[in-house]
Design a binder for this molecule. Sequence first.
Ligand code: TXA
Ligand code: MG
Length: 341
Amino acid sequence: MRTQVYDVAELNEEALRNIDVAGKILAEGGLVAFPTETVYGLGANAMNPAAAADIYLAKGRPSDNPLIVHIADISQLEKLASGQMEVALALAEAFWPGPLTMILPKQKCVPDVTTGGLNTVAVRMPQDAAALELIRRAGVPVAAPSANLSGRPSPTAGAHVIQDLFGRVDVILTGNDCRIGIESTILDLTGEKAVVLRPGLLTPEELGTVLGYIPEIDPGILKKPGSEEGQNPAPRAPGMKYKHYAPKAPMEIFSGDPRRVRQAIADKKAAAEAEGKAVGVILFEENAFERAAHDLFARLRDMDDRGVDLILAGAVNDRDSRGFALMNRMLKSAGYRITHV
Ligand code: TXA
Ligand code: MG
């Protein structure tokens, strides 16, 4: 497939013309990758089953893993979703456009392919100006997973998307690096109480200011999926059960007192290098969660490009909700290999 790449970092006249072309391609059933403030998305017309199905093909994604439907206006929410709309609208007013995805019962018009066969739908209004412009010009809700090949780290720069999807999609819009760098917080509003299905930089405490209580975190994501068979509930967001974000090299996390963590990493690095291995190290500045989130996936991709044999990482403080979201991504990247020192 011929892929057009358009730079939309600055929304000048030329960029808007190209976004208009991309919007028409979306409306007609094509695939367009675009920047958002969290990670890049791979978009298709959410209301067109054939177009949504093409997303799974382009990404190599399992078809039981539902897509997030992106909208550009709060009024589109009621056309797609039903259920606890008062709560949903209050959350939308407070946090949209932004890194919040809400799960609600779906309206009939939303195709099963888009929701992976579920009777619920995930909806989000992204904050990135190019993304909003694209969705407006498409004139339809846009189903979009992260724009990586299935199993690779989510893309946070245009170059990552080109690396994974060039030749597989109609258009790639490249913009600035994603401001946030990890995917949106997913909040399930289908039960009596809201539940966080995927942690993100928008925290349960912040959601609590609108909900009136701090939502619990889906217990299914707290441990390695499939560990302790029978006791460990499956994650309620189907995508959270997959090994995600995996860099090519094995990754190991060390947690504990920061000085001991640095020492353990230095020792392990020296030992691996003595065996002729190339070792990559990821150590974030303490409590600099936003910076770390911004950098994590790019660092993992960089390790892939450099062809390292082993990645050693220091745990971040997961008592902070933003640190917890970050550790969720790091643990998945490491296949839950963590050593306390
Ligand atoms: O920040 C984001 O959310 C990015 C950007 C592009 O908006 N998108 C993203 O999409 O991360 P994706 O497909 O990589 O992750 C979507 C997650 C998956 O874990 C999926 O299982 C879950 O959302 N999901 C989607 N619809 C759902 C539903 N109806 N019920 C439960 N989980 C759902
Ligand atoms: Mg993804």
